[in-house]
Design a protein around this ligand. Structure first.
Ligand code: GCW
Length: 653
């Protein structure tokens, strides 16, 4: 067994002088031991009985504070954390740790309550130890079709997740292969229960990804038809067996009828039929189903320009609004395509009025540099949460929609595919730790700025001078822009190597069945998604948004080619033509990565050697890769359009 040595942002030594000499815990029950352990560990103080203790953790059931929220007050040399449940105290303790990781502790009253009820992490880990779209080594949970049982590591992971407010977790890939289908049976339930017991200590509920065809795959049945009574019985029994050993089991995550996975379509049933069947089985145990909306035709004919993958989720799910049981939650990716560097926000947000929903982000950097490139994702996620759907007029942001629809929702929130693996620093690229940290912090409180989240992460992780902090911030806060510049222009996306999705291959998906095209020819490029002349995707938005996207003059430029097919000499607001913009941004992007090298070097004496070398190596790779992106894209468009770079730089013809 190998243990992670990297505590990421939970570094005890980063705690500045604190005034506590002892602490007391009042009325906590289920998490009492965890609270005791964490406070004693971080502040190096002991639990006492006296009420004059300097740090007081107290559950006040009658208080109006959200069960996962907390209040921190400081008075008469006593700091108090109060909540209406143990859970809130736990999050309050981590908040206190963050306060002392800052240079100074300001005595002010703090009230913090989570904006999202479900705050989840999804692993795409396979039982054989591999991780789908994983860039940080193998699975922390599995190896060679067995459980690794690395309890010490799992507990540290649970702490890392709890410290950023995560309360739900799946451990296995949504593509549930043969052996993983048995996770819900006696064969493995004891192992699952063991993991659940570790995460439970940190208020994290365990869920499993399941195979919709389980009745056939593992139940020896002939059908998985959701309206068949025996199939329903199968699932009733499965859930009963699970709850017998894991009484607080969370429920299921399901990828059905998606990328060749089985689903209700096989039986001529709807997604509501499929999801509700599982919902019924889980209902009496208080379990829930996360049903993914990543459903599209992945056998498309590239010759057909009317089918538009972007339309798929809405086309499949909008008409089912209101048909899902109350313990079924639709899990919707942030964009209509697939976690691209830049794409529109899914129009399902703001369309579904009577359906529970969680939004799905991707922390693992599948299309965003695979943890070899620096890409701080928080600014991108913020843009999604702040996006105005106009559902109920101006100000109907995605975050508001998640909170307010449907009226009686209690499990709405956010989930994300995680970026951790067995690498010593958890995320492969040390700076990618900021994305995991930032995800948790942002979904707890979406009003936090990208900058302040980054600052918190740096305070917990490094001991940087203020100049050092500014340098690192300047790299990370601009990293989305930089990456976007040297990769795909103006919202196009998908110009990656098919399969593994790393590095440029401009036509890699152009004649494929995946529905991901850019349609570049000698005159222009981009996907026409307008009602007037294109696929009509723009109509999936409310009027105000529809009109903005439909008209090329008002369409935000960063999404111009996502919505429109335009000629190379189309003039942007900057006065540049599209082709000149492509050339300029690709040269600039590369140069910005060159500057990363210089900047990182200047931090050599401010970070530990392992971190220094890790990031240095990765920037070297990033630069190589950015060069490839720059030259392939510039050459490709130069050859297509035959238009010279106005600045006469080297473009390989
Ligand atoms: O982004 C795509 C990935 C697949 C993934 C799929 C999904 C788990 O390339 O690897 O499968 O999305 O979200 O289901």
């Amino acid at each position: 067994m190998s243990y992670h040595k990297d505590f990421c942002w939970l570094q005890k030594k980063k705690l500045k002088n604190h005034p506590f000499n002892n602490f007391i815990i009042k009325n906590a029950t289920s998490l009492h031991e965890t609270l005791k352990k964490e406070v004693a560990y971080f502040f190096e103080i002991s639990l006492v009985e006296e009420s004059e203790a300097s740090l007081i953790l107290e559950v006040k059931e009658e208080s109006s504070i959200h069960p996962e929220g907390y209040k921190i007050t400081a008075e008469n040399k006593q700091v108090r954390i109060i909540s209406s449940s143990d859970k809130g105290l736990l999050y309050g303790v981590y908040h206190l740790i963050r306060l002392f990781q800052k240079t100074k502790f300001v005595e002010e009253e703090i009230l913090s309550e989570p904006e999202n009820q479900t705050r989840m992490i999804n692993h795409w880990d396979n039982f054989d130890g591999s991780v789908e779209r994983g860039y940080a080594g193998k699975s922390i949970f599995f190896e060679k079709n067995s459980f690794r049982r690395d309890d010490e590591n799992n507990e540290l992971y649970a702490r890392l997740l709890a410290s950023i407010g995560i309360n739900s977790l799946t451990i296995n890939n949504v593509n549930v292969h043969k052996e993983e289908s048995y996770f819900i049976t006696d064969k493995y339930l004891n192992e699952i229960a063991h993991l659940a017991s570790i995460f439970r200590k940190y208020n994290i509920k365990l869920f499993l990804s399941i195979n919709f065809a389980s009745p056939i795959e593992i139940g020896n049945m002939k059908t998985a038809d959701p309206l068949n009574e025996e199939v329903q019985e199968f699932w009733n029994k499965v859930t009963k067996d699970i709850y017998d050993v894991i009484p607080d089991f969370g429920g299921f995550v399901v990828k059905a009828d998606s990328e060749n996975r089985p689903g209700p379509f096989t039986y001529g049933r709807t997604h509501a039929d499929g999801a509700n069947m599982l919902g019924r089985a889980l209902k009496k145990h208080d379990g829930i189903v996360f049903w993914r909306c990543f459903v599209y035709n992945n056998h498309q004919d590239w010759r057909d320009r009317t089918t538009d993958r972007a339309r798929a989720a809405y086309d499949h799910f909008y008409e089912l609004d209101g048909e899902f049981n109350d313990n079924v939650i639709l899990q919707i990716k942030n964009g209509p395509m697939d976690f691209q560097v830049r794409e529109a926000v899914s129009p399902l947000f703001g369309a579904l009025k009577e359906t529970n929903q969680v939004l799905e982000f991707q922390i693992t950097q599948e299309y965003t540099g695979q943890q070899k490139h620096i890409f701080y994702l928080v600014p991108q996620w913020k843009e999604v949460l702040d996006f105005d759907t106009w559902m109920k007029g101006k100000g109907s942001t995605v975050q508001k929609v998640l909170k307010e629809y449907p009226a009686k929702q209690k499990n709405n929130g956010i989930t994300a595919v995680v970026n951790v693996g067995r690498d010593e620093n958890w995320t492969g690229h040390k700076l990618a730790q900021a994305n995991l940290f930032g995800y948790g912090r942002l979904i707890w409180d979406p009003s936090l700025s990208s900058d302040s989240i980054l600052e918190e992460w740096m305070n917990g992780t490094f001991e940087l001078s203020s100049n050092g902090k500014e340098i690192l911030k300047s790299m990370m806060l601009n990293s989305w822009d930089t990456y976007e510049k040297y990769t795909s222009p103006l919202g196009i996306g998908w110009m990656v190597e098919p399969g593994h999705h790393y590095g440029p291959n401009i036509d890699g998906y152009e004649y494929s069945m995946w529905g991901t095209y850019h349609f570049s020819d000698s005159k222009g490029l981009g996907v026409d998604r307008t009602v007037a002349t294109g696929t009509g995707y723009t109509r999936q938005y409310h009027d105000e948004v529809f009109e903005q996207y439909e008209d090329v003059a008002t369409c935000p430029e960063e999404l111009l080619l996502f919505f429109h097919h335009l000629p190379y000499n189309y003039q942007l607001k900057s006065g540049k033509t599209i082709i000149q913009h492509i050339y300029d941004t690709h040269f600039e992007g590369y140069e910005e990565v060159e500057r990363y090298q210089v900047k990182w070097k200047s931090l050599k004496n401010e970070v530990d050697e392992t971190t220094y070398l890790n990031v240095k190596e990765r920037i070297k790779e990033q630069l190589q890769s950015a060069r490839e992106w720059r030259d392939q894209i510039n050459t490709y468009y130069y050859r297509k359009a035959g238009i010279q770079d106005k600045k006469g730089r080297t473009i390989y013809s």
